[in-house]
Ligand binder design. Structure first.
Ligand code: XIL
Length: 493
C-alpha cells in the first residue's frame, strides 16, 4: 500500500463423482456441488454451533483460515483447523511467484499440498491470488505493456486450468486500488486501465465453475475513498456485464478500535450490487473482542456476506505476529475473541440466499454513494514484546526483522522503541533499500518514497510512545534480491 494499512487464507463425495465424469460435465457438477456444500444446511432455529464452522454453517456460511505449506507438519495447527474451519486459503502458495516462477513453467506442488489436505478434511478452498502488484514472478519485472498483459493472461489460464472445477472462489485481482480511490500505480496498471476486466474475462473463460472475486484492504469503511473506488468499479463491471461474483474485504484491522461503525453498510452496499461479500483475511491488533464480535455480527446481518476467513489460526501463525491478532493463542487455546466470534455466528439474523427453505432474509438496502475522506484510525496498544533495538540510544530506535522472503521480494518488520525517559510524540524511520527494490505495501506507518532511501513516519494511531514503549510497522518489498534494508535511523520531533 502506498500509505498505511489503515483500518488495516468439497467434499469427497464430489471428488468421487468427478472420477466418473469428464470435461465440461465435471465442471457443471462441481458448481452444483460447491453450492450445495455451502448452502444445504442453513437452519437458524437449530442448536448453537460449538465450533466456528458449525456456528457459521447454521446460516449457510463458512468460517475459513489461511495456512502456509509449513503448517502441514504442524499437528497443533492441523488439529484446530480440522475441528473449527470449513474453508482454507493458501497464504503464499497459490500466488503468481509461487505458481509460475519462470515463464510458462507452472509449479503446483505447494498449492496442491494445501488443497489436498483441506479437501481431504471436508473443507473448500479459496484461491489466492492471480494478479497482484506484489509477489509477482521475477520475469514479470522485465515485461511491460502488451508483453506483460500477455503474461498475465497466460498466468491466469495456466493456474486456473490446473484448479479447474476444484475451488469455491478465486481472488482474481488483489489490491489494485490506492488509498485515494483511484487505481494503484503498478506495472499491471501501466498495461492499460482495462487490465482488471481483462483478468476477470480471462478467468471466467478459464473456469466457469468458480466464483471470481476482487480482493482488497482498507475498503471496510463505507465513507473512505478507496471503498468508493472499488464499489464504483464493481458497479461498472456489473452494468457492463464484466464477469465478477464477489468482493473480498481483507479486514486487516490495526490500531485499538479500527472496526468502522458503518462496516455493515459497506457489506450490504456491495451485496446490493449483486455480488457475494466475504471477509477474507481478518486479523485485529491484540484481537479486540469488540472488533471481532462486531465484524462477525456485521457479516451475519448481511445476506450476501457468505463467510469469514482469519489470516492464520494462532498468533504464532500470523504475518502480524507481534500484534497477536488471531483467535487462538500460541498455546492453541481459544482467546476471548474466539468466544465473541462464536457467539456472533450463532446469533446470525440472516441466512445466505438459497441456503435455507425457512423464511427468507430481509431485503438488502442500497445506501447512497458518497465519498468523504475516512476519519483517522484510533490509537493502538503497544505490542507485547520488546525485541532488541539498534539506532540512537536513549530516544527513538529502530530494529529490523526479516519476516518472510520469496523469489521476488520480502516482508519486513521494524520495531520502533522509545529508549528515553519522556514520551515521544511522533517518529520517523529512515531506511535504505537495496538497488532494484521498491516498497509495495506499508502498514502501521506512512511512507514517503518507494525506493532508495525511504522514510516511514508513524500512522495517526501509533505516534505516541511512552518511555520504554515500542510499536511495529510492516512492509512488503518487490525486488530481484532479498537484501535487507540498511542505514536505519529513527528521529522524533
Ligand atoms: C502475506 C503473507 O501472509 C505473508 O506470509 C507474506 O510475507 C506477505 O503476504 N494481503 C494479502 C495477502 O492479500 O496475500 C498477504 O499475505 C497479506 C496482505
Amino acid at each position: 500500500m502506498e500509505s498505511q494499512m489503515r483500518d488495516v487464507p468439497r467434499r469427497r463425495a464430489r471428488g468421487r463423482t468427478r472420477l466418473l465424469l469428464g470435461g465440461v460435465c465435471a465442471a457443471v457438477i462441481a458448481v452444483a456441488s460447491v453450492a450445495m456444500t455451502t448452502l444445504a444446511h442453513a437452519d437458524l432455529s437449530g442448536p448453537p454451533g460449538s465450533t466456528l464452522k458449525a456456528a457459521a454453517e447454521r446460516s449457510g456460511r463458512y468460517f475459513g483460515a489461511a495456512m502456509g505449506g509449513d503448517r502441514l507438519s504442524d499437528s497443533g495447527f492441523l488439529t484446530i483447523a480440522n475441528r473449527e474451519f470449513d474453508m482454507m486459503t493458501a497464504v503464499n502458495e497459490m500466488k503468481p511467484d509461487a505458481t509460475e516462477p519462470n515463464s510458462g513453467q507452472f509449479t503446483f506442488s505447494s498449492g496442491d499440498a494445501i488443497y489436498n489436505w483441506a479437501t481431504q478434511h471436508g473443507m473448500r478452498v479459496r484461491g489466492h491470488t492471480l494478479a497482484w502488484h506484489a509477489q509477482q514472478p521475477r520475469f514479470w519485472a522485465n515485461l511491460s505493456g502488451s508483453s506483460l498483459r500477455a503474461a498475465m493472461i497466460e498466468h491466469i489460464n495456466g493456474v486456473m486450468a490446473h484448479y479447474k472445477g476444484k475451488l469455491a472462489y478465486w481472488d482474481v485481482v488483489n489490491e489494485a486500488f490506492a488509498e485515494n480511490g483511484s487505481r494503484r500505480s503498478s506495472n499491471l496498471q501501466s498495461t492499460g486501465n482495462d487490465w482488471i476486466e481483462v483478468a476477470f474475462r480471462t478467468a471466467r473463460a478459464a473456469d466457469p465453475s468458480v466464483k471470481l472475486c476482487y480482493n482488497d484492504y482498507n475498503i471496510e469503511n463505507w465513507t473512505y475513498a478507496k471503498t468508493q473506488g472499488v464499489y464504483n468499479m464493481i458497479r461498472d463491471f456489473k452494468s457492463r456485464g464484466v464477469p465478477i461474483d464477489c468482493v473480498g474485504l481483507q479486514t486487516h484491522f490495526t490500531g485499538g478500535s479500527s472496526l468502522p461503525s458503518n462496516f455493515q453498510t459497506t457489506l450490504s452496499s456491495f451485496g446490493a450490487l449483486g455480488v457475494d461479500v466475504a471477509l477474507t483475511e481478518a486479523d485485529v491488533t491484540n484481537a479486540s473482542t469488540s472488533q471481532y464480535g462486531g465484524l462477525t455480527q456485521a457479516c451475519m446481518s448481511v445476506p450476501r456476506c457468505v463467510g469469514i476467513t482469519t489470516w492464520g489460526i494462532r498468533d504464532s501463525d500470523s504475518w502480524r505476529g507481534s500484534e497477536n491478532p488471531l483467535l487462538f493463542d500460541r498455546n492453541s487455546s481459544p482467546k476471548p475473541a474466539y468466544t465473541s466470534v462464536l457467539n456472533a455466528l450463532n446469533a446470525a439474523s440472516t441466512t445466505v440466499p438459497g441456503s435455507s427453505t425457512s423464511p427468507s432474509s430481509p431485503p438488502v438496502s442500497s445506501p447512497p454513494v458518497s465519498s468523504p475522506p475516512a476519519s483517522s484510525p484510533p490509537v493502538s496498544s503497544p505490542p507485547p514484546s520488546s525485541p532488541p533495538v539498534t539506532g540512537q540510544p536513549g530516544t527513538c530506535t529502530a530494529a529490523f526483522r526479516m519476516v518472510n522472503t520469496w523469489g521476488g521480494g520480502y516482508q519486513g518488520e521494524v520495531t520502533v522503541a522509545n529508549g528515553g525517559s519522556t514520551a515521544l510524540n511522533g517518529w520517523t524511520v529512515r531506511l535504505t533499500l537495496a538497488g532494484g527494490q521498491t516498497i509495495a505495501n506499508v502498514w502501521n506507518g506512512v511512507n514517503t518514497g518507494t525506493s532508495g532511501t525511504v522514510s516511514v513516519r508513524n500512522a495517526d494511531y501509533n505516534g505516541t510512545l511512552g518511555p520504554n514503549a515500542t510499536t511495529t510497522f510492516g512492509f512488503l518489498v518487490n525486488g530481484s534480491t532479498n537484501t535487507a534494508p540498511g542505514s536505519f535511523s529513527c528521529t522524533s520531533p
